[in-house]
Design a protein around this ligand. Structure first.
Ligand SMILES: C[S@@+](CC[C@H](N)C(=O)[O-])C[C@H]1O[C@@H](n2cnc3c(N)ncnc32)[C@H](O)[C@@H]1O
Length: 479
């Protein structure tokens, strides 16, 4: 066999391993979503066990608690129903039926040596995709930006699911129609699946493919539920007014004369569930959100592409914490989502979400000078190396382009116990600003904004950030 063909075989083998790793990572995320009802039920059982241990006099005093537990239990399938509908609509970018039981040690050694696929960073074991749910970089060739997982509004799907399966349940998730509410004593039943209409699930949601995942993964699902409120519920309006409104007003100030024929372009790295990117698009920008977490992308894609009307779904986002509640009713309150209908919100043609790591996708040479504006909201501190983020932001902006940032510096890779080798460059705000000046930025304005992040507005705990807010302009060349 010639050297060339050995190299080809080796390349093919490595590609298969990488894909298997990505499938495994995605399966783990899907499993975390599917494990949600079981984990939530387990939490209620724990409450009940504690109650059972009370002395009779205390039990008598708190005799309403068993009913509260039943109400919590009633809410779980409601949240699960939303989650399952969301999963059914997700179109995995990988063949989920393939065998993932390839040698783990082979994967570990392969991803940490120097023979990487074109366009990919070396991933240390703790950076493996399965750890954090990130969307792998799927495509960097040609003029595309990574893999555009969903485009709006051109491909917005308005079709109603016609395939129905009345009276049966989806896998692992049970939904008991919409009768009753958690505050109605008579109807608190967790079990049974009667009369609800569900389309049949795709093969890759088969229970046999479900992995057992650690509880920390299910916690990420609960975080997503809180993020849904931030981005897509009326309850999140106050928080959106704190963080998104100043950004939108600044864009309005800095781009007062936007052309409809040739709208300015705006990139939103770390776009989360996509609301800010949608609002920027509605303001008259060709806006692209970039996000690397499948947890986020699965959910944003569902809301952006599949919501038929405003307030189509009801979730119970606050049931997972008994702490800092003013009342049980507060904890059990329903939240309707989405507060607006994305498909008719008035987006500008070209709105898209791009899955992949910001560093990998936007380091591509065809990104140089591509954007009129970059907006980072609660994103800068997600960096392993914040200098690299700023360098890339500077490179991808046009001369004279603007960078608007809002957020704290709560470095995500600081204090990674047990993962001390994880790179984390943690600069003060002063140093971040110095680095920005080095990369050719000039301040337009800088201030501090008080804001919460995914906070329950009725909680007794309201953690406030004194977030840095600035807009900077990339200096024109030869000026
Ligand atoms: C704190 S959240 C903020 C989300 C959104 N901007 C908001 O204000 O609600 C940070 C987001 O950045 C994403 N993220 C972190 N590192 C990223 C990277 N290297 N490339 C793309 N997205 C990233 C995370 O998955 C997460 O959704």
């Amino acid at each position: 066999m010639g050297t060339e063909s050995i190299e080809d075989d080796e390349q093919l083998r490595r590609m298969k391993l990488e894909v298997a790793l990505e499938v495994k990572s995605l399966r783990r995320i899907i499993s975390a979503y599917l494990n949600y009802p079981e984990a939530a039920e387990e939490a209620v059982k724990r409450n009940e066990r504690s109650f059972e241990r009370l002395p009779p006099a205390h039990k008598a005093l708190l005799c309403h608690l068993p009913s509260k537990f039943q109400k919590l239990r009633w809410c779980i399938p409601k949240n699960s129903f939303f989650i399952f509908e969301m999963l059914k609509m997700f179109e995995p970018p990988l063949d989920m039926s393939q065998d993932i039981d390839i040698c783990e040690h082979e994967l570990q050694s392969d991803v940490s040596d120097s023979h990487l696929l074109p366009g990919q960073r070396n991933l240390g074991p703790s950076e493996l995709p399965s750890e954090d749910g990130r969307v792998p970089l799927l495509k960097t060739d040609g003029p595309n930006l990574g893999d555009v997982i969903c485009r709006f509004p051109k491909e917005m799907r308005n079709e109603q699911s016609t395939e129905t399966n009345a009276g049966s349940c989806g896998i692992g998730l049970e939904y008991k129609g919409d009768e009753g509410c958690p505050n109605n004593e008579a109807t608190c039943s967790a079990l049974g699946c009667t009369g609800n209409v569900m389309s049949s699930p795709p093969d890759w949601l088969d229970p046999s493919l479900q992995l057992h995942v650690p509880l920390v993964d299910v916690d990420k699902v609960r975080c997503i539920i809180r993020n849904i409120v931030r981005d897509w519920a009326s309850e999140g309006q106050k928080e959106r007014d704190q963080c998104y409104k100043p950004i939108l007003e600044e864009l309005q100030n800095l781009f007062p004369h936007r052309s409809k024929e040739s709208p300015p372009t705006c990139l939103v790295p770390g776009a989360g569930l996509g609301r800010l990117a949608l609002e920027i698009s509605c303001l008259g920008f060709i806006c692209q959100g970039n996000e690397f977490s499948y947890y986020m992308m699965i959910c944003s894609s569902f809301i952006l592409n599949h919501a038929q009307t405003a307030e189509e779904w009801t979730i119970y986002p606050w049931i997972h914490s008994n702490c800092n509640s003013l009342s049980d009713n507060d904890q059990l309150r329903p939240v309707a989502i989405p507060d607006i209908h994305p498909a008719t919100a008035g987006t500008t043609e070209g709105f898209s979400m791009c899955g992949g790591d910001f560093v990998e996708v936007y380091s591509d040479p065809n990104q140089v000078g591509a954007w009129d504006a970059v907006v980072t909201c609660f994103f800068l501190d997600t960096a392993h190396n914040i200098v690299e983020y700023i360098d890339i932001i500077s490179r991808i902006l046009k001369d004279g382009g603007v960078w608007i940032n809002l957020g704290p510096l709560l470095y995500h890779f600081a204090d990674m116990y047990g993962q001390e080798d994880e790179m984390s460059v943690e600069l003060s705000l002063e140093d971040v600003k110095k680095v920005a000046l080095h990369y050719g930025f000039e301040f337009e304005q800088s201030s501090t904004i008080e804001t919460t992040y995914t906070t329950n507005p009725r909680s007794m705990m309201q953690n406030q950030y004194h977030a840095a807010f600035w807009s900077m302009r990339k200096r024109m060349k030869n000026v």
